[in-house]
Write a protein that binds this ligand. Structure first.
Ligand code: GLU
Length: 280
C-alpha cells in the first residue's frame, strides 16, 4: 500500500511556527518516502472554527511550498460517520452517560490526567437505568464516556508502532497504557463527537499509514489505540516530534498568541528562512 501522511490543523486560530514545523516535518518525510500528503481540517468545534482560518491555513501552507492531495477532508462534513462509530461503541457496551458539570468533575478528582486536567472520578459510572432516564427526561446535558476498564477487558494488550526520531526509522512497539486517561469523553455535550473519536475515524478513512504530530499528543495515542481496536480501524505508525518552544521555553500555542505565520510573512521573512531553520 502506498504510504499516506497528513497534517490535521484545527481552524480556530492562525497557524504559528509550531504548526509550520509539524506540517513541514510531515511533508518532508512524505516526499522522501514517496507518499501522498493529505490535509484534514479538524473543525468539529463549530463555535471556535472559522472559515477565514481555513483560508489562512491554505495560504500559509502554500506559502511554505507544501502541496497536498485534494480533496481536503473537512471533519464538519463527517458527523454521520462519527454517529455510526458511536453506535458501534454503544452496542459493544463500552459507553456510559455522564451528567457531571465541569466543577463537579474538578471537585471530585483525586488525580490528574496526562494533560494535567482533573481525572474523572467515574461518578456516573454506576448510575442505574432509572437514574439515567430521569436525568435525560429533565434535559440535563450529558457526555458519553468510554468505560476504560470494560474497553481494556475487550481488547487486551495492544501494541503501538512508534518510529522515532522519524518515520523512516524502524518502528518499535510499545504496549498501550490508556488507563492513565480514565474514562475519556467520546461524545461531548456541545457536539456529537470528540477529538479522540474523530481523529481515529478520519485517519483510517484517509488511509494514513504514517502519522506525524507533536509530543503534546503522544499520550493521547494510547487512547486512540484502544478506540481503533474497538472499532476495527487501522493503526498507523506514529512519530511524535519535539515541540517548538518560544523565548520563555513554553510550547507555542494559538491560545497564547504566538506570532502567526502570516505576520512573519508580512514582516518580510521568507518561507525559505522558516524552512531552513528546521532540521527534520
Ligand atoms: N487538530 C489537532 C491540532 O490542531 C491535531 C490533531 C492530530 O494531529 O492528531 O492540534
Amino acid at each position: 500500500m502506498k504510504p499516506n501522511f497528513r497534517f490535521a490543523p484545527s481552524p480556530n486560530g492562525f497557524l504559528h511556527l509550531g504548526h509550520a514545523y509539524s506540517a513541514l516535518f510531515s511533508y518532508h518525510w512524505a516526499r522522501k518516502m514517496n507518499a501522498d500528503f493529505l490535509l484534514r481540517i479538524e473543525d468539529i468545534d463549530i463555535l471556535r472554527s472559522r472559515p477565514q482560518y481555513i483560508e489562512a491555513i491554505k495560504q500559509d501552507l502554500t506559502w511554505l511550498n507544501i502541496k497536498w492531495l485534494e480533496p481536503i477532508m473537512l471533519q464538519s462534513t463527517r458527523f454521520s460517520e462519527y454517529k455510526k462509530a458511536t453506535k458501534k461503541l454503544n452496542d459493544l457496551g463500552v459507553l456510559y452517560p455522564c451528567f457531571c458539570t465541569r466543577s463537579e468533575i474538578a471537585n471530585n478528582a483525586e488525580q490528574k490526567d496526562p494533560d494535567g486536567a482533573p481525572l474523572y472520578a467515574k461518578t456516573c459510572k454506576n448510575l442505574n437505568k432509572d437514574d439515567i432516564a430521569k436525568k435525560i427526561a429533565q434535559n440535563i446535558p450529558y457526555v458519553l464516556r468510554l468505560d476504560m476498564d470494560k474497553a481494556i477487558a475487550k481488547v487486551g494488550d495492544l501494541e503501538i508502532n512508534i518510529a522515532m526520531p522519524n518515520p523512516s526509522s524502524k518502528p518499535k512497539t510499545v504496549i498501550a497504557n490508556p488507563k492513565k486517561w480514565g474514562d475519556v469523553v467520546i461524545v461531548r455535550k456541545d457536539i456529537p463527537t470528540s477529538y479522540h473519536l474523530s481523529v481515529i475515524i478520519d485517519d483510517d478513512a484517509q488511509n494514513i499509514t504514517h502519522l506525524i504530530r507533536g509530543k503534546d499528543l503522544e499520550q493521547a495515542t494510547h487512547v486512540h489505540r484502544v478506540l481503533q481496536s474497538l472499532l476495527g480501524l487501522n493503526s498507523p505508525i506514529y512519530t511524535h516530534h519535539t515541540l517548538i518552544k518560544d523565548d520563555t521555553n513554553m510550547k507555542l500555542a494559538k491560545s497564547k498568541h504566538s506570532t502567526p505565520l502570516r505576520d512573519l510573512r508580512e514582516s518580510g521573512i521568507s518561507a525559505q528562512e522558516i524552512i531552513s531553520q528546521f532540521d527534520f
